[in-house]
Design a protein around this ligand. Structure first.
Ligand code: ASP
Ligand code: MG
Length: 413
């Protein structure tokens, strides 16, 4: 008998039919003897609808009232699902975030969980109830309703699993797992059986949208085994855990992530003296713009070039800042390009395989794709290329690292 936290996202509870299907699935697990805590999102589209509704009344809606409004989405789902469970003869009980006593700070719209009281939940579980908890919400010390930020139900699921020491946190969604890359770009993309928290975190921050980044961080920190599965089909999904597909034959690369979220800025001909990086990037960060990749060139004539990337949404802002800094420092010129893409290979196996980066560069060269910037970490290599070639690059890398081939013969340690 296991204690499972099952989180169902918006599309999985998007209609009464879907809610009934969730109830059938919960019933099946319950009949197998498992204890189940269900966390649900609002029905798909509902949170967006509520946001629009708010904006039609107040252009910049009050943050506290916004949370009161948005938390209703999940409240609808917990009640409907509990009814569907009762109809099947199960004992079920719904909980809002504040009823569970998910205590958060008071940062409305992006609250962080501080504490979860598990006592009531444990005694309800012991009585045989299925608990149905509203995702995405909590309450601050004073009882004000708070929400955790978009996609926050994943975080609720993981946090409950951590607090209850559940055996697994299962995230049910509309895809049947984590893939080697986006199957819409590469037909032969393959579902991974297992992946590590570290890899998943990189995949998520680099553009794979399967899981909320914060939920993966949370799960890694508390070592909560996470499983991503589809609520539309049967299957094992992908298990995200500490050791991944650990074996002697650990493939060097587990997946390929990509995005068109960044833009590149270059300041040329900056005096090559101490303090320049801090002046340039300091002004960018003072403008509240986050910088991702940074490259500084060697100086040949006493000046140096400096290139960095920012989120595309911050492109205008960063460009304005950089032009001001350039005038200030007497730099030669500013170049900028927002038609770039970032493509990354990710895998804990890189640690023990030499030459992974050079295989990547070779595969790109064979397609005549020019690399503009490179950054590496222990478990990833990212390149910036012209966005025109993004899909070509992803396909070339997917086949260069043989990601379409199931790791036949790989034995699990
Ligand atoms: N309903 C919220 C949202 O749409 C939370 C979630 O679905 O995870 O962002
Ligand atoms: Mg969602």
């Amino acid at each position: 008998m296991a204690l499972l936290v099952q989180k169902y996202g918006g599309t999985s509870v998007g209609s009464v039919e879907r809610i009934e299907a969730v109830a059938d699935r919960v019933l099946k697990h319950k009949q197998q003897g498992d204890d189940i805590v269900v966390v649900v999102s609002a029905m798909s589209g509902e949170t967006n609808r509520l946001i629009e509704l708010a904006k039609s009344v107040q252009a910049t809606p009050d943050a506290r009232e916004m949370d009161v409004l948005l938390s209703t989405g999940e409240q609808v789902t917990i009640a409907l699902l509990s009814m569907a469970l009762m109809k099947r003869g199960l004992l079920a009980k719904s909980y809002t975030g504040s009823q569970v006593r998910i205590t958060t700070d008071n940062a409305h719209g992006k609250a962080r969980i501080q504490d979860i009281d598990t006592e009531a939940m444990k005694s309800d579980l012991a009585e045989g109830n299925v608990l149905v908890v509203a995702g995405f919400q909590g309450a601050d010390e004073l009882g004000n309703i708070t929400t955790l930020g978009r996609g926050g139900s994943d975080t609720t699921g993981v946090a409950l699993a951590a607090a209850l020491k559940a055996d697994e946190c299962q995230i049910y969604t509309d895809v049947d797992g984590v893939y080697t890359t986006d199957p819409r770009v590469v037909d032969s993309a393959r579902r991974l059986e297992k992946i590590t928290f570290e890899e998943m975190l990189e995949m998520a921050s680099l553009g794979s949208k399967v899981l909320q980044i914060r939920a993966v961080e949370f799960a890694g920190k508390y070592q909560v085994p996470l499983r991503v599965l589809s609520s539309f089909t049967e299957g094992e999904g992908t298990l995200i855990t500490t050791d991944g597909e650990q074996s002697m034959e650990q493939p060097a690369v587990s997946g390929i992530a990509f995005n068109r979220d960044e833009a590149k800025l270059t300041i040329k001909g900056v005096p090559d003296v101490p303090g320049m990086a801090s002046k340039i990037l300091g002004s960018i960060s003072d403008a509240n713009v986050e910088v991702d990749m940074i490259v500084q060139n060697v100086s040949i004539d006493g000046t140096t070039d400096f290139t960095f990337t920012v989120h595309r949404n911050d492109f205008e802002k960063a460009s304005k800042e950089l032009h001001a800094v350039a005038a200030d420092l007497g730099a030669k010129e500013v170049l900028q390009d927002d038609k770039i893409a970032k493509v990354s290979i990710v895998g804990v196996g890189m640690r023990s395989h030499a030459g992974v980066a050079s295989s990547m560069f070779k595969a790109l060269a064979q397609e005549s794709i020019n690399i503009q910037l490179i950054s590496t970490s222990e478990i990833k290599v990212s390149v910036i290329i012209d966005e025109k070639y993004m899909e070509l690059a992803v396909r070339a890398l997917h086949s260069a690292f043989k990601l379409n081939e199931p790791d036949a013969g790989v034995s699990e340690a």
